[in-house]
Write a protein that binds this ligand. Structure first.
Ligand code: GLP
Length: 246
């Protein structure tokens, strides 16, 4: 793991966007894994700016999102589908048919999850996967106890996660109980991972992921096994690390 500590979120977003843009310039048909939440927002803003100001071309890339709430329609104001179109896809030149997001209203969820995995394989695998981290150390929605070889599946959300994410809903009761998530094993197959985390509230999770034991109780710790992962964090998120360099 390479840990990159920047003074603030803005600097992290620029580093992450520079890496992602290089992947796209090197391979215009790159397959990009995307995350939702507040952590990748600055990255998405910077990619939109690069598209508008520098002509960064998304017309041939393919994307796969990490996760989606079960029971929310794609146009629900808190769905990850809506988040991605509002914050990225509506502002760049990616054709909609090259965007993949798990479908929260799928009738047969296990079949949908198998198809999602197959679609990733058919696309040739993910070249670079953007990740955030939950305050309990999860990546995507791989809650504590998720097998480190897990695949795309339905997952019961931890209460801490539902509380954290209730800010996107009118009240806690509206936060779905389950989500479809890529598995830890799915994520580990990406050629490269970029994890973004900011603020004091992520410091314990970051320290557990980077320095803690490899454990299914902190799914982000599985990234210690990944040969090409960069953790891009601000000073506050780095505040519980025992070292500045890895
Ligand atoms: C959710 C998402 C994760 C994300 C996490 C952190 O649980 N499923 O993919 O990393 O939130 O979100 P934020 O970046 O808003 O702190």
């Amino acid at each position: 793991m390479e840990v990159i500590i920047m003074p603030d979120q803005g600097g992290c977003a620029i580093v992450a966007a520079t890496i992602a843009a290089q992947v796209i310039r090197d391979n215009p048909r790159a397959v990009i894994g995307l995350a939702t939440g507040s952590s990748p927002l600055g990255l998405y803003r910077e990619l939109v700016r690069m598209h508008k100001d520098e002509g960064l071309d998304f017309s041939m890339i393919t994307t796969f999102n990490l996760d989606e709430y079960i029971g929310l329609s794609p146009d629900h104001q808190a769905s990850y589908h809506r988040f991605m179109f509002d914050n990225l896809f509506n502002h760049i030149n990616i054709p909609e048919e090259q965007v993949h997001i798990p479908y929260g209203l799928a009738q047969d969820i296990p079949a949908h999850c198998r198809e999602y995995e197959q679609a990733i394989r058919d696309a040739g695998g993910i070249d670079i996967q953007v990740l955030g981290i939950g305050s309990d150390g999860h990546i995507a929605f791989n809650e504590p106890g998720s097998s480190l070889s897990s695949r795309t599946r339905a997952e019961l959300l931890a209460e801490e996660t539902r509380r954290d994410n209730s800010r996107f809903f009118d009240c806690l009761e509206q936060v779905p109980s389950h989500a479809i998530t890529m598995g830890v094993g799915t994520i580990l197959e990406s050629a490269r991972c970029l994890l973004l985390a900011f603020g004091r509230s992520k410091a314990a999770a970051v320290a557990a992921a980077v320095e803690g034991p490899l454990t299914s109780m902190v799914s982000a710790s599985a990234l210690q096994l990944h040969p090409n992962t960069q953790i891009i964090i601000d000073e506050e998120a780095a505040s519980l690390l025992s070292r500045r360099e890895y």
